[in-house]
Design a protein around this ligand. Structure first.
Ligand code: BYC
Length: 347
């Protein structure tokens, strides 16, 4: 009897170990299948990137690609929205009704760009509330250039011409980015941005045709905005940790330095045409590109200043963020009403 009982216990142990063998076998098999499956998915993803086929929200994508996009697109969106502040300060002080209307339309466009971009980023599975929280907690960056103050009307010209000019140089290239919703947002944004660049250049051109004081103001504005505009393209390629993956995955189509060079080469002739000088004594023509346009050598950027501003120590970092937090909190009731209306009408 004891023997029989023993053998029943033994048998159940054996059955248990057989079933756990099968369980671990099937676990290993399904892990192997998953790994093979992931390999296949990676291959498919890479083939699409190679063939210039856009990656769409429902497509499989590597987790690092998704995170990279969320970071870049949301920082881009925050830049558009925080970028409304330096110009917003000048709406009530525009020198004519025409200038006021143009500036208002331009700033409104920037808000719209932020919305296209937040929507594009939301297709990656994170909510807009989360993006805003990251910004308010200082976990998400925005373009360093918006941490400089806009001191007078000439700055409205310099921002439109130089800051939007730098942004458009980057964004034209981002139209070919590999993620569909980001690419399509860029196409729309570029159309509007070219008007922004021209409105800024028009302000500078008018000032350069004006009095000596107006000319001095225009030159002072380019002196102050030139270097921050060059910093918009980010650190040198050799110091840019994100460029490797971004170029591999075709998120970025051109590197930081290449885009900066393009911007410099097209902007210096525009400055000279209206009698302005870029604030760099070492500017020198060193050749011509395939289009016959000059290529310039320039002084190096003050990277200590760049990193200080990026890391929160610029002249207006605190002011810009506090203003955003205040406006966001004051707008809570609008979001609440919109949600209530949505809930009431969705049935
Ligand atoms: N400012 O490895 P890197 C507009 C950060 S707004 C602050 O080269 P990446 C407008 C970078 O994020 C249009 N941070 O990075 C609106 C990274 O930090 P994390 C703005 C910067 O991403 C209103 C670290 O430094 N345009 O047009 O490969 C009025 C290392 O950099 C900056 C965009 O946002 C900077 N300037 O390249 C008027 C374009 N530069 O995230 C006008 C979209 C670098 O690792 N963004 N950092 O902590 C991009 O193309 C790229 O993200 C960047 C940087 C070229 C900016």
């Amino acid at each position: 009897m004891t023997n029989i009982r023993f053998s029943v216990v033994e048998l159940s142990f054996q059955l248990l170990s057989i079933s756990s063998f099968f369980a671990s076998y099937s676990e290993n098999t399904s892990m192997k299948e998953t790994l093979e499956n992931t390999d296949e998915l990676i291959k498919e993803f890479e083939a699409k990137i190679d063939a210039e086929i856009k990656i769409e929200p429902r497509d499989w994508m590597p987790e690092d690609y998704r995170k990279h996009l969320i970071r870049q697109i949301t920082q881009h969106a925050h830049s558009e929205v925080i970028g409304m502040q330096p110009e917003g300060n000048w709406i009530s002080r525009a020198p004519s009704l025409r200038a006021k209307k143009i500036l208002l339309a331009k700033i409104q466009d920037e808000g719209g760009h932020g919305l296209y971009l937040y929507s594009a980023a939301e297709t990656l599975g994170v909510s807009r509330d989360q993006f805003i929280q990251w910004l308010h907690e200082g976990k998400a960056k925005y373009a360093s250039v918006f941490n400089y103050p806009a001191l007078n009307w000439a700055d409205m010209g310099a921002i439109g011409w130089l800051v939007d000019g730098a942004a458009i140089t980057n964004q034209v290239s981002l139209q070919r980015t590999s993620y569909g919703p980001y690419s399509r947002a860029m196409v729309r944004i570029c159309k509007e941005e070219s008007f922004h660049q021209r409105q800024g250049y028009e302000i500078m051109w008018k000032m350069m045709k004006g009095t000596k004081d107006q000319q001095r103001m225009a030159q002072d504005a380019i002196n102050r905005w030139w270097w921050p505009a060059l910093m918009m393209f980010g650190p040198h390629d050799t110091d840019s940790p994100r460029t490797g993956n971004a170029v591999k995955w075709k998120i970025k189509r051109e590197t930081n330095d290449r885009l900066r060079e393009k911007f410099i080469n097209k902007t210096i002739p525009q400055a000279e045409l209206i009698g302005l000088k870029v604030p760099d004594e070492n500017i020198q023509i060193i050749g011509q590109d395939q289009m016959g346009e000059n290529i310039y050598k320039h002084s190096d950027i003050n990277w200590d200043e760049f990193w200080a501003v990026v890391n929160g120590d610029g002249p207006c970092n605190e002011q810009r963020l506090n203003h955003h937090i205040r406006a966001h909190n004051e707008g809570a009731w609008v979001r609440e009403c919109a949600m209530k209306y949505y809930e009431k009408t969705k049935k």
